[in-house]
Design a protein around this ligand. Structure first.
Ligand SMILES: Cc1cc2nc3c(=O)[nH]c(=O)nc-3n(C[C@H](O)[C@H](O)[C@H](O)COP(=O)(O)OP(=O)(O)OC[C@H]3O[C@@H](n4cnc5c(N)ncnc54)[C@H](O)[C@@H]3O)c2cc1C
Ligand code: SF4
Ligand code: SF4
Length: 424
Protein backbone atom coordinates (compact mmCIF):
# COMPACT_ATOMS: atom_id res chain seq x y z
CA UNK A 1 0.00 0.00 0.00
CA UNK A 2 1.40 3.44 -0.86
CA UNK A 3 0.11 6.90 -0.06
CA UNK A 4 -1.83 6.98 -3.36
CA UNK A 5 -4.14 4.39 -1.79
CA UNK A 6 -4.81 6.32 1.38
CA UNK A 7 -7.09 9.19 2.29
CA UNK A 8 -7.59 11.25 5.40
CA UNK A 9 -10.99 12.39 6.63
CA UNK A 10 -10.88 15.23 9.16
CA UNK A 11 -13.96 15.02 11.41
CA UNK A 12 -15.77 11.83 12.42
CA UNK A 13 -19.39 13.02 12.37
CA UNK A 14 -21.98 11.32 10.15
CA UNK A 15 -20.53 13.07 7.09
CA UNK A 16 -16.92 12.03 7.69
CA UNK A 17 -18.00 8.50 8.57
CA UNK A 18 -20.02 8.27 5.33
CA UNK A 19 -17.05 9.44 3.24
CA UNK A 20 -14.73 7.01 5.03
CA UNK A 21 -17.12 4.07 4.49
CA UNK A 22 -17.50 4.86 0.77
CA UNK A 23 -13.70 4.99 0.31
CA UNK A 24 -12.99 1.92 2.43
CA UNK A 25 -15.70 -0.10 0.64
CA UNK A 26 -13.76 0.64 -2.56
CA UNK A 27 -10.59 -0.86 -1.12
CA UNK A 28 -8.84 2.32 0.03
CA UNK A 29 -7.34 2.83 3.48
CA UNK A 30 -8.84 5.76 5.37
CA UNK A 31 -7.85 7.46 8.60
CA UNK A 32 -10.55 9.44 10.39
CA UNK A 33 -9.05 12.25 12.48
CA UNK A 34 -11.55 13.09 15.24
CA UNK A 35 -10.79 15.74 17.83
CA UNK A 36 -13.23 14.50 20.48
CA UNK A 37 -13.11 11.18 22.38
CA UNK A 38 -15.64 9.44 20.10
CA UNK A 39 -16.92 9.54 16.52
CA UNK A 40 -20.49 10.31 15.49
CA UNK A 41 -20.65 14.07 16.05
CA UNK A 42 -23.99 15.69 16.80
CA UNK A 43 -26.09 12.80 15.44
CA UNK A 44 -25.24 10.71 18.51
CA UNK A 45 -26.98 13.26 20.74
CA UNK A 46 -30.31 13.09 18.91
CA UNK A 47 -33.43 11.08 19.74
CA UNK A 48 -35.48 9.01 17.32
CA UNK A 49 -38.52 11.12 16.42
CA UNK A 50 -40.86 8.32 15.43
CA UNK A 51 -44.36 8.50 16.95
CA UNK A 52 -46.66 5.62 16.03
CA UNK A 53 -44.97 5.91 12.63
CA UNK A 54 -41.49 6.78 11.35
CA UNK A 55 -41.13 10.55 10.88
CA UNK A 56 -38.05 10.30 8.61
CA UNK A 57 -35.70 12.23 10.91
CA UNK A 58 -32.69 10.22 9.69
CA UNK A 59 -31.25 9.59 13.17
CA UNK A 60 -31.35 5.76 13.08
CA UNK A 61 -29.78 5.71 9.62
CA UNK A 62 -26.92 7.90 10.86
CA UNK A 63 -26.33 5.77 13.96
CA UNK A 64 -26.25 2.56 11.87
CA UNK A 65 -23.54 4.01 9.64
CA UNK A 66 -21.46 5.13 12.60
CA UNK A 67 -21.58 1.63 14.12
CA UNK A 68 -20.61 0.13 10.75
CA UNK A 69 -17.56 2.38 10.44
CA UNK A 70 -16.37 1.31 13.90
CA UNK A 71 -15.71 -2.23 12.73
CA UNK A 72 -14.62 -1.64 9.12
CA UNK A 73 -11.12 -3.09 8.58
CA UNK A 74 -10.23 -0.34 6.09
CA UNK A 75 -10.95 2.50 8.52
CA UNK A 76 -8.48 3.65 11.15
CA UNK A 77 -10.09 5.91 13.76
CA UNK A 78 -7.88 8.35 15.66
CA UNK A 79 -9.82 10.05 18.45
CA UNK A 80 -8.59 12.95 20.63
CA UNK A 81 -6.59 13.90 17.56
CA UNK A 82 -6.18 17.10 15.57
CA UNK A 83 -4.30 18.16 12.47
CA UNK A 84 -1.40 20.47 13.30
CA UNK A 85 0.33 20.74 9.93
CA UNK A 86 0.03 19.85 6.27
CA UNK A 87 3.01 19.57 3.91
CA UNK A 88 3.25 18.61 0.26
CA UNK A 89 0.74 18.60 -2.56
CA UNK A 90 -1.78 16.13 -3.92
CA UNK A 91 -1.14 13.16 -4.27
CA UNK A 92 1.67 13.33 -1.67
CA UNK A 93 0.21 15.11 1.34
CA UNK A 94 1.96 14.69 4.68
CA UNK A 95 -0.42 15.46 7.48
CA UNK A 96 0.96 15.97 10.98
CA UNK A 97 -1.48 15.06 13.76
CA UNK A 98 -1.37 15.47 17.53
CA UNK A 99 -3.10 12.84 19.67
CA UNK A 100 -3.74 14.01 23.22
CA UNK A 101 -3.87 11.34 25.93
CA UNK A 102 -7.23 10.00 27.20
CA UNK A 103 -5.34 8.17 30.02
CA UNK A 104 -7.48 5.09 29.36
CA UNK A 105 -6.41 2.58 26.71
CA UNK A 106 -9.41 2.44 24.37
CA UNK A 107 -8.49 -1.09 23.20
CA UNK A 108 -8.25 -2.46 26.76
CA UNK A 109 -11.26 -0.68 28.28
CA UNK A 110 -14.32 -2.96 28.40
CA UNK A 111 -16.70 -0.08 29.26
CA UNK A 112 -17.77 -1.70 32.54
CA UNK A 113 -18.00 1.81 34.09
CA UNK A 114 -16.52 0.70 37.45
CA UNK A 115 -14.04 3.60 37.23
CA UNK A 116 -16.91 6.04 36.72
CA UNK A 117 -18.99 4.56 39.53
CA UNK A 118 -16.12 4.82 42.04
CA UNK A 119 -14.65 8.18 40.96
CA UNK A 120 -15.34 11.06 43.43
CA UNK A 121 -16.02 13.32 40.43
CA UNK A 122 -17.91 11.18 37.89
CA UNK A 123 -18.91 13.04 34.76
CA UNK A 124 -16.23 15.62 35.36
CA UNK A 125 -12.96 13.75 35.96
CA UNK A 126 -14.00 10.60 34.11
CA UNK A 127 -16.66 10.02 31.50
CA UNK A 128 -17.42 8.57 28.09
CA UNK A 129 -18.62 10.57 25.09
CA UNK A 130 -22.08 8.93 25.17
CA UNK A 131 -23.64 5.54 25.91
CA UNK A 132 -22.24 2.90 23.48
CA UNK A 133 -19.82 5.49 22.09
CA UNK A 134 -17.36 4.61 19.33
CA UNK A 135 -14.85 3.66 20.63
CA UNK A 136 -16.83 2.34 23.58
CA UNK A 137 -14.28 3.51 26.16
CA UNK A 138 -14.02 6.00 28.99
CA UNK A 139 -11.55 8.90 29.20
CA UNK A 140 -10.07 11.00 32.01
CA UNK A 141 -10.30 14.78 31.93
CA UNK A 142 -7.00 16.08 33.33
CA UNK A 143 -8.51 19.45 34.27
CA UNK A 144 -10.88 17.87 36.82
CA UNK A 145 -9.08 14.65 37.82
CA UNK A 146 -7.77 14.66 41.43
CA UNK A 147 -4.70 12.61 40.41
CA UNK A 148 -3.51 15.43 38.18
CA UNK A 149 -4.87 18.33 40.19
CA UNK A 150 -3.82 17.20 43.67
CA UNK A 151 -0.72 15.11 42.87
CA UNK A 152 -1.32 11.35 43.16
CA UNK A 153 -3.83 11.66 46.03
CA UNK A 154 -6.43 9.71 44.06
CA UNK A 155 -5.97 6.51 42.02
CA UNK A 156 -9.39 5.03 42.76
CA UNK A 157 -10.28 4.38 39.12
CA UNK A 158 -7.01 2.54 38.50
CA UNK A 159 -7.58 0.37 41.58
CA UNK A 160 -11.13 -0.50 40.42
CA UNK A 161 -10.40 -1.16 36.76
CA UNK A 162 -10.55 -4.94 36.05
CA UNK A 163 -8.91 -4.50 32.64
CA UNK A 164 -5.77 -2.61 33.66
CA UNK A 165 -6.77 0.05 31.14
CA UNK A 166 -5.80 3.19 33.09
CA UNK A 167 -2.44 4.84 32.37
CA UNK A 168 -1.81 8.15 34.11
CA UNK A 169 1.55 8.42 32.33
CA UNK A 170 0.12 8.39 28.79
CA UNK A 171 1.82 11.12 26.73
CA UNK A 172 0.90 13.21 23.70
CA UNK A 173 1.72 11.51 20.41
CA UNK A 174 2.67 13.15 17.12
CA UNK A 175 2.35 11.24 13.86
CA UNK A 176 2.88 12.03 10.20
CA UNK A 177 0.21 10.45 8.00
CA UNK A 178 0.67 10.18 4.24
CA UNK A 179 -2.35 10.62 2.00
CA UNK A 180 -3.17 11.38 -1.57
CA UNK A 181 -6.37 13.24 -0.70
CA UNK A 182 -8.06 14.89 2.27
CA UNK A 183 -11.77 15.28 3.01
CA UNK A 184 -12.71 18.04 5.45
CA UNK A 185 -15.86 17.06 7.41
CA UNK A 186 -15.51 19.04 10.63
CA UNK A 187 -19.19 19.90 10.96
CA UNK A 188 -20.74 22.81 12.80
CA UNK A 189 -21.37 24.34 16.21
CA UNK A 190 -24.84 24.63 17.69
CA UNK A 191 -25.80 28.30 18.10
CA UNK A 192 -25.30 29.33 21.74
CA UNK A 193 -28.67 30.75 22.86
CA UNK A 194 -27.00 32.49 25.83
CA UNK A 195 -25.97 35.15 23.31
CA UNK A 196 -29.64 36.19 23.16
CA UNK A 197 -29.98 37.18 26.80
CA UNK A 198 -33.63 38.32 26.41
CA UNK A 199 -34.67 34.67 25.87
CA UNK A 200 -33.51 33.65 29.35
CA UNK A 201 -31.55 30.56 28.25
CA UNK A 202 -29.11 29.52 30.99
CA UNK A 203 -31.05 31.59 33.55
CA UNK A 204 -34.46 29.92 33.61
CA UNK A 205 -34.68 26.10 33.75
CA UNK A 206 -37.99 26.34 31.85
CA UNK A 207 -36.10 27.63 28.79
CA UNK A 208 -34.13 24.88 27.03
CA UNK A 209 -32.57 24.48 23.59
CA UNK A 210 -33.61 22.06 20.85
CA UNK A 211 -30.40 20.12 21.52
CA UNK A 212 -31.26 19.87 25.24
CA UNK A 213 -34.67 18.44 24.32
CA UNK A 214 -33.05 15.98 21.87
CA UNK A 215 -30.71 14.79 24.66
CA UNK A 216 -33.47 14.50 27.26
CA UNK A 217 -35.75 12.51 24.97
CA UNK A 218 -32.77 10.33 23.99
CA UNK A 219 -32.14 9.60 27.68
CA UNK A 220 -35.81 8.66 28.03
CA UNK A 221 -36.68 11.66 30.21
CA UNK A 222 -40.36 11.59 29.28
CA UNK A 223 -41.19 13.30 32.55
CA UNK A 224 -39.93 16.57 31.07
CA UNK A 225 -43.53 17.34 30.07
CA UNK A 226 -45.41 16.23 33.17
CA UNK A 227 -42.84 17.87 35.48
CA UNK A 228 -43.16 21.14 33.60
CA UNK A 229 -46.79 21.65 34.61
CA UNK A 230 -47.59 20.11 37.97
CA UNK A 231 -51.20 18.98 37.82
CA UNK A 232 -52.23 21.06 34.80
CA UNK A 233 -52.26 20.90 31.03
CA UNK A 234 -48.59 21.42 30.03
CA UNK A 235 -48.07 24.50 27.84
CA UNK A 236 -45.02 24.13 25.62
CA UNK A 237 -43.69 26.64 23.06
CA UNK A 238 -41.09 26.14 20.36
CA UNK A 239 -39.30 29.31 19.18
CA UNK A 240 -37.93 29.02 15.65
CA UNK A 241 -34.88 30.67 14.06
CA UNK A 242 -32.81 31.17 17.23
CA UNK A 243 -29.45 32.13 15.75
CA UNK A 244 -30.65 31.87 12.15
CA UNK A 245 -32.00 34.36 9.56
CA UNK A 246 -30.70 37.17 11.75
CA UNK A 247 -28.57 39.84 10.04
CA UNK A 248 -27.90 41.51 13.44
CA UNK A 249 -25.60 38.61 14.39
CA UNK A 250 -24.24 37.99 10.86
CA UNK A 251 -26.27 34.77 10.64
CA UNK A 252 -28.65 35.82 7.91
CA UNK A 253 -28.82 32.32 6.42
CA UNK A 254 -31.46 29.67 7.18
CA UNK A 255 -30.13 26.68 9.18
CA UNK A 256 -32.48 24.37 7.19
CA UNK A 257 -32.88 21.84 10.01
CA UNK A 258 -34.62 23.62 12.91
CA UNK A 259 -38.20 23.69 11.52
CA UNK A 260 -37.99 19.99 10.84
CA UNK A 261 -36.48 18.87 14.12
CA UNK A 262 -38.87 21.15 16.04
CA UNK A 263 -41.97 19.86 14.23
CA UNK A 264 -40.85 16.27 14.65
CA UNK A 265 -40.08 16.71 18.36
CA UNK A 266 -43.41 18.51 18.83
CA UNK A 267 -45.14 15.49 17.25
CA UNK A 268 -43.13 13.23 19.55
CA UNK A 269 -44.17 15.21 22.67
CA UNK A 270 -47.81 15.13 21.54
CA UNK A 271 -47.60 11.36 21.06
CA UNK A 272 -46.27 10.98 24.62
CA UNK A 273 -48.85 13.29 26.19
CA UNK A 274 -52.10 14.01 24.37
CA UNK A 275 -53.01 16.72 26.93
CA UNK A 276 -50.09 18.92 25.94
CA UNK A 277 -50.83 22.42 24.60
CA UNK A 278 -48.24 23.09 21.86
CA UNK A 279 -47.40 26.32 20.03
CA UNK A 280 -44.69 26.91 17.42
CA UNK A 281 -43.61 30.55 16.97
CA UNK A 282 -41.98 31.11 13.58
CA UNK A 283 -41.16 33.62 10.87
CA UNK A 284 -41.41 31.27 7.89
CA UNK A 285 -41.53 27.45 8.02
CA UNK A 286 -39.17 25.64 5.64
CA UNK A 287 -41.46 23.38 3.69
CA UNK A 288 -39.07 21.64 1.32
CA UNK A 289 -39.65 17.91 1.89
CA UNK A 290 -42.85 16.05 1.02
CA UNK A 291 -42.70 14.04 4.28
CA UNK A 292 -42.25 17.23 6.25
CA UNK A 293 -45.16 18.98 4.53
CA UNK A 294 -47.42 16.06 5.41
CA UNK A 295 -46.20 16.22 9.02
CA UNK A 296 -46.94 19.96 9.27
CA UNK A 297 -50.40 19.43 7.82
CA UNK A 298 -51.13 16.68 10.36
CA UNK A 299 -49.77 18.85 13.19
CA UNK A 300 -52.09 21.76 12.37
CA UNK A 301 -54.94 19.97 14.12
CA UNK A 302 -52.94 19.62 17.32
CA UNK A 303 -50.44 22.45 17.29
CA UNK A 304 -50.99 26.19 17.15
CA UNK A 305 -48.72 27.90 14.62
CA UNK A 306 -48.14 31.60 15.42
CA UNK A 307 -46.29 33.91 13.07
CA UNK A 308 -44.16 35.98 15.44
CA UNK A 309 -41.07 35.81 17.63
CA UNK A 310 -40.46 36.73 21.29
CA UNK A 311 -39.28 40.11 22.43
CA UNK A 312 -38.66 39.04 26.02
CA UNK A 313 -39.03 35.94 28.21
CA UNK A 314 -39.30 36.47 31.97
CA UNK A 315 -39.88 34.30 35.01
CA UNK A 316 -43.61 34.05 35.76
CA UNK A 317 -44.83 34.83 39.25
CA UNK A 318 -46.32 31.36 39.91
CA UNK A 319 -44.55 28.76 37.79
CA UNK A 320 -43.14 28.73 34.27
CA UNK A 321 -42.21 31.75 32.17
CA UNK A 322 -44.04 34.65 30.55
CA UNK A 323 -43.31 35.53 26.94
CA UNK A 324 -43.94 38.87 25.29
CA UNK A 325 -44.03 38.55 21.50
CA UNK A 326 -45.01 40.34 18.34
CA UNK A 327 -47.96 38.61 16.63
CA UNK A 328 -47.22 39.45 12.99
CA UNK A 329 -50.61 38.31 11.60
CA UNK A 330 -52.57 40.37 14.16
CA UNK A 331 -50.06 43.26 14.07
CA UNK A 332 -49.87 43.63 17.85
CA UNK A 333 -47.82 42.71 20.91
CA UNK A 334 -49.10 39.82 23.03
CA UNK A 335 -48.18 38.13 26.30
CA UNK A 336 -48.55 34.42 27.18
CA UNK A 337 -47.31 32.00 29.82
CA UNK A 338 -45.63 28.66 29.19
CA UNK A 339 -44.34 25.80 31.32
CA UNK A 340 -41.55 24.97 28.90
CA UNK A 341 -39.96 26.97 26.06
CA UNK A 342 -37.77 25.16 23.53
CA UNK A 343 -35.40 27.36 21.51
CA UNK A 344 -34.82 25.93 18.03
CA UNK A 345 -31.13 26.74 17.84
CA UNK A 346 -29.49 26.63 14.45
CA UNK A 347 -26.25 25.68 12.76
CA UNK A 348 -23.22 27.99 13.19
CA UNK A 349 -19.81 27.63 11.54
CA UNK A 350 -17.11 26.38 13.91
CA UNK A 351 -14.94 29.14 15.37
CA UNK A 352 -11.96 26.92 14.48
CA UNK A 353 -12.68 27.01 10.73
CA UNK A 354 -10.40 30.00 10.19
CA UNK A 355 -7.34 28.35 11.76
CA UNK A 356 -7.97 24.97 10.08
CA UNK A 357 -8.44 26.72 6.73
CA UNK A 358 -5.05 28.38 7.30
CA UNK A 359 -3.37 25.00 8.00
CA UNK A 360 -4.98 23.37 4.96
CA UNK A 361 -4.54 26.34 2.65
CA UNK A 362 -8.22 26.55 1.72
CA UNK A 363 -10.76 29.40 1.78
CA UNK A 364 -13.73 30.11 3.99
CA UNK A 365 -16.87 31.97 2.89
CA UNK A 366 -18.50 35.17 4.18
CA UNK A 367 -20.50 33.27 6.82
CA UNK A 368 -17.45 31.38 8.11
CA UNK A 369 -18.11 27.96 6.48
CA UNK A 370 -15.47 26.36 4.24
CA UNK A 371 -15.85 27.83 0.76
CA UNK A 372 -16.59 25.76 -2.29
CA UNK A 373 -15.20 27.17 -5.55
CA UNK A 374 -17.48 25.25 -7.92
CA UNK A 375 -21.11 26.36 -8.26
CA UNK A 376 -22.03 22.92 -9.66
CA UNK A 377 -20.21 20.87 -7.02
CA UNK A 378 -20.03 22.14 -3.45
CA UNK A 379 -17.47 19.48 -2.41
CA UNK A 380 -14.73 21.25 -4.37
CA UNK A 381 -12.45 23.39 -2.18
CA UNK A 382 -9.96 25.99 -3.35
CA UNK A 383 -7.06 23.49 -3.17
CA UNK A 384 -6.55 20.45 -5.38
CA UNK A 385 -6.82 17.19 -3.45
CA UNK A 386 -8.82 18.68 -0.57
CA UNK A 387 -12.60 18.16 -0.61
CA UNK A 388 -15.41 19.54 1.56
CA UNK A 389 -18.22 17.46 3.01
CA UNK A 390 -21.27 18.07 5.17
CA UNK A 391 -22.11 20.98 7.43
CA UNK A 392 -18.58 22.42 7.53
CA UNK A 393 -19.49 23.70 4.03
CA UNK A 394 -22.98 24.99 5.01
CA UNK A 395 -26.20 23.92 6.82
CA UNK A 396 -27.56 20.47 5.95
CA UNK A 397 -29.74 17.83 7.57
CA UNK A 398 -28.52 14.29 8.23
CA UNK A 399 -29.67 12.84 4.90
CA UNK A 400 -28.15 15.77 2.99
CA UNK A 401 -24.92 15.40 4.99
CA UNK A 402 -24.79 11.69 4.12
CA UNK A 403 -25.28 12.48 0.40
CA UNK A 404 -22.61 15.19 0.54
CA UNK A 405 -20.21 12.81 2.30
CA UNK A 406 -20.82 10.28 -0.48
CA UNK A 407 -20.28 12.91 -3.19
CA UNK A 408 -16.98 13.99 -1.60
CA UNK A 409 -15.87 10.34 -1.49
CA UNK A 410 -16.77 9.90 -5.20
CA UNK A 411 -14.67 12.98 -6.08
CA UNK A 412 -11.81 11.63 -3.97
CA UNK A 413 -12.04 8.20 -5.62
CA UNK A 414 -11.98 9.79 -9.07
CA UNK A 415 -8.84 11.73 -8.15
CA UNK A 416 -7.14 8.71 -6.59
CA UNK A 417 -7.93 6.60 -9.65
CA UNK A 418 -6.43 9.31 -11.84
CA UNK A 419 -9.74 10.22 -13.49
CA UNK A 420 -9.22 13.90 -12.70
CA UNK A 421 -11.36 16.45 -10.89
CA UNK A 422 -11.69 20.12 -11.55
CA UNK A 423 -10.38 21.79 -8.39
CA UNK A 424 -6.99 23.46 -8.11
C1 LIG B 1 -30.48 20.80 17.72
C2 LIG B 1 -30.30 20.11 16.39
C3 LIG B 1 -31.09 19.01 16.08
C4 LIG B 1 -30.97 18.37 14.85
N1 LIG B 1 -31.78 17.32 14.57
C5 LIG B 1 -31.73 16.75 13.34
C6 LIG B 1 -32.64 15.71 12.98
O1 LIG B 1 -33.48 15.27 13.76
N2 LIG B 1 -32.56 15.21 11.71
C7 LIG B 1 -31.65 15.68 10.78
O2 LIG B 1 -31.66 15.21 9.64
N3 LIG B 1 -30.75 16.64 11.11
C8 LIG B 1 -30.77 17.19 12.36
N4 LIG B 1 -29.87 18.17 12.67
C9 LIG B 1 -28.77 18.47 11.72
C10 LIG B 1 -27.58 17.48 11.96
O3 LIG B 1 -27.04 17.78 13.23
C11 LIG B 1 -26.50 17.63 10.90
O4 LIG B 1 -27.04 17.41 9.62
C12 LIG B 1 -25.37 16.61 11.07
O5 LIG B 1 -25.00 16.43 12.40
C13 LIG B 1 -24.15 17.06 10.28
O6 LIG B 1 -23.12 16.11 10.41
P1 LIG B 1 -21.59 16.52 10.20
O7 LIG B 1 -20.82 15.27 10.22
O8 LIG B 1 -21.47 17.39 8.99
O9 LIG B 1 -21.22 17.44 11.45
P2 LIG B 1 -21.07 17.11 13.01
O10 LIG B 1 -22.18 16.28 13.50
O11 LIG B 1 -20.86 18.46 13.64
O12 LIG B 1 -19.72 16.27 13.10
C14 LIG B 1 -18.44 16.87 12.91
C15 LIG B 1 -17.38 16.07 13.63
O13 LIG B 1 -16.09 16.64 13.36
C16 LIG B 1 -15.35 16.76 14.58
N5 LIG B 1 -14.42 17.89 14.43
C17 LIG B 1 -14.71 19.22 14.44
N6 LIG B 1 -13.58 19.94 14.22
C18 LIG B 1 -12.57 19.07 14.09
C19 LIG B 1 -11.18 19.20 13.87
N7 LIG B 1 -10.59 20.41 13.72
N8 LIG B 1 -10.41 18.08 13.80
C20 LIG B 1 -10.99 16.84 13.96
N9 LIG B 1 -12.30 16.65 14.19
C21 LIG B 1 -13.09 17.75 14.24
C22 LIG B 1 -16.42 16.98 15.64
O14 LIG B 1 -15.92 16.63 16.93
C23 LIG B 1 -17.53 16.05 15.15
O15 LIG B 1 -17.36 14.73 15.62
C24 LIG B 1 -30.00 18.84 13.89
C25 LIG B 1 -29.19 19.95 14.20
C26 LIG B 1 -29.35 20.59 15.42
C27 LIG B 1 -28.51 21.79 15.72
S1 SF4 C 1 -7.83 9.51 39.67
FE1 SF4 C 1 -9.57 9.80 41.05
S2 SF4 C 1 -10.48 11.75 40.34
FE2 SF4 C 1 -9.13 11.06 38.69
S3 SF4 C 1 -10.51 9.92 37.34
FE3 SF4 C 1 -9.56 8.42 38.72
S4 SF4 C 1 -11.03 8.21 40.44
FE4 SF4 C 1 -11.58 10.08 39.30
S1 SF4 D 1 -13.00 0.41 34.96
FE1 SF4 D 1 -11.46 0.09 33.35
S2 SF4 D 1 -12.46 -1.28 31.88
FE2 SF4 D 1 -14.10 -0.47 33.22
S3 SF4 D 1 -14.81 1.34 32.07
FE3 SF4 D 1 -13.22 2.09 33.49
S4 SF4 D 1 -11.31 2.04 32.29
FE4 SF4 D 1 -12.81 0.83 31.18
Amino acid sequence: MNDQDQAIVIGGGITGVTSALALADNGYKVSIIEKSAGIGGHAMQFCCKATDQCNSCGVCLAKDKIMKAASHPGIHILTNTEVIGVEGEEPHFQVEVLKTPRFIDEYKCIACSLCYQNCPKPGEAIDRPYLYSVPNAFYINKEHCLYFQKGEECTICEENCPAGAIFFDQQEERHILKASAIIVATGFEVYDARKKGYLGYGRFPEVISGLDLEQRLLMGEDTIISKSSPGGKPRVAFIQCVGSRDPHISHDYCSRVCCKYAARMAAKLKSKCDEIDLTIFYIDLQKTERDFLALVESLKENIRLVKGLPVKIEKAEDSGVTMRYENIDRGCMERESFDLVVLSVGISPSVENQSLAGLLGINIDANGFFASVDLMDSTISSRRGIFLAGTCQGPKNLIESISHGQEAALRTLALMKGLGVNNG
